[in-house]
Design a protein around this ligand. Structure first.
Ligand code: NAD
Ligand code: UFG
Length: 337
């Protein structure tokens, strides 16, 4: 039997596919390539050492999904497919609700009909909203501040209701903190189109001279150096978390929300320093106004993941920066995806 990975050509999905293949799992990859390049699929095959079926299908397309479940023997689904840009979600909320919420309902209906009732879902620390009560625990109050966050919270609720309605379902709702870094090989990583919103891809573009300087959004937060603090985790650690979650849904029923983070926060300036050390390149920056919607500090209490999944992040900030740099440099050298 195989694991269907929706959004498997994306940043986190591609790293997870490699780990699944290397662990001996059979996979089926689904992606509509709205935010991924087809070349990624060959890189997954190269790194994973095996071939697998690929479906260029949209999760909103029910017939496409039904065809996959008719043709393939799917045991469980790891569901990454979704739109993820917070700012964009404010501008085009209906697209976000349709893609992330309707798409997931579609997927679950097709899964149910096929008798496949195990799902690992990409939720986000964004469901903790702008609470200041860190570290965030899974039972911390939830709130959202933008349509993207609302889609994650809604899908969590939908999956909880689904599990409550049918005891055969199991769902792991993984709340990621800030994934960064890249595959050691430099063949997979995060390569957003246009000007990046997130810190690490932005720093990487400054390092290779594609952007002039980093704007540090605020240095007057209540943090040790005044800049925002986040729980950055290596994308490969995060990918491995999905294999543990897969084991969990195989052996448990019901819905469970679980944080995936390191439990340690770093400030923007600490990340800049770590990147400079890893790359040997000085990152010019200026202090800019706070970015609307940002909170001072966000980091996980990761103890539930350790207890229930036996998972812990092991890779350091230095390793995250070194791997991101290696990937960026390879892209720059014309090895681009
Ligand atoms: P990504 O954009 O790189 O990957 C998502 C993939 O899904 C892309 O390959 C895209 O082409 C595909 N996709 C989007 N809509 C689709 C649809 N309707 N049908 C089929 N495929 C579709 O993003 P990522 O960073 O790998 O994130 C994966 C998941 O994790 C997303 O659901 C995201 O919201 C969630 N998440 C990401 C972060 C982060 O910081 N990267 C943090 C928390 C949660
Ligand atoms: N930052 C800068 N300059 C930049 C970009 C970011 O100073 O150019 C700062 C931000 O102000 C923040 C920190 O760097 O303090 C991290 O910002 P990111 O944009 O990289 O990440 P966020 O924590 O804001 O958001 C991420 C994801 C969201 C998700 C959230 C919680 O992008 O989708 O984590 O999981 F909702």
């Amino acid at each position: 039997m195989a694991i269907l990975v929706t959004g498997g050509a994306g940043y986190i999905g591609s790293h997870t596919c490699v780990e699944l293949l290397q662990a001996g799992e059979d996979i089926v990859l689904l992606d509509n390539f709205s935010n991924a390049k087809p070349q990624v699929v060959n890189r997954i095959k190269e790194l994973g050492g095996r071939d697998f079926p690929l479906y260029a299908v949209d999760i909103l397309h029910r017939e496409g999904l039904e065809k996959i479940f008719a043709r393939e023997d799917i045991e469980a689904v790891i569901h990454f497919a979704g739109l993820k840009a917070v700012g964009e979600s404010v501008k085009i909320p209906l697209d976000y609700y349709q893609n992330n919420v309707s798409g997931t309902i579609n997927l679950c209906q097709v899964m149910a009909r096929a008798g496949c009732k195990k799902i690992v879902f990409s939720s986000s620390a964004t469901v903790y909203g702008n609470s200041t009560d860190v570290p965030f625990r899974e039972d911390s109050p939830l709130s959202t501040t933008n349509p993207y966050g609302s889609t994650k919270r809604m899908v969590e609720d939908i999956l909880r209701d689904l599990c409550a309605s049918d005891p055969e379902w199991s769902a792991c709702l993984l709340r990621y903190f800030n994934p960064i870094g890249a595959h050691k090989s430099g063949l997979l990583g995060e390569d957003p189109n246009g000007i990046p919103n997130n810190l690490l891809p932005y720093i990487a573009k400054v390092a290779v001279g594609q952007l002039e300087q980093l704007n540090v959004f605020g240095n007057d937060y209540d943090t040790p150096d005044g800049t925002g603090v986040r729980d950055y985790l290596h994308v490969v650690d995060l990918a491995i978390g999905h294999l543990k979650a897969l084991d969990y849904v195989r052996t448990h029923k019901g819905a469970e929300a679980i944080n995936l983070g390191t439990g340690r926060g770093y400030s923007v300036l600490e990340v800049v320093k770590a990147f400079e050390k890893a790359s040997g390149v000085t990152i010019p920056y200026r202090i800019a106004p706070r970015r609307p919607g940002d909170i001072a500090t966000c980091y996980a209490d990761p103890s539930k993941a350790k207890k229930l999944l036996g998972w812990e992040a092991t890779r350091s900030l230095e390793e995250m920066c070194a791997d991101a740099w290696n990937f960026t440099r390879r892209q720059q050298l014309g090895d681009s995806l």
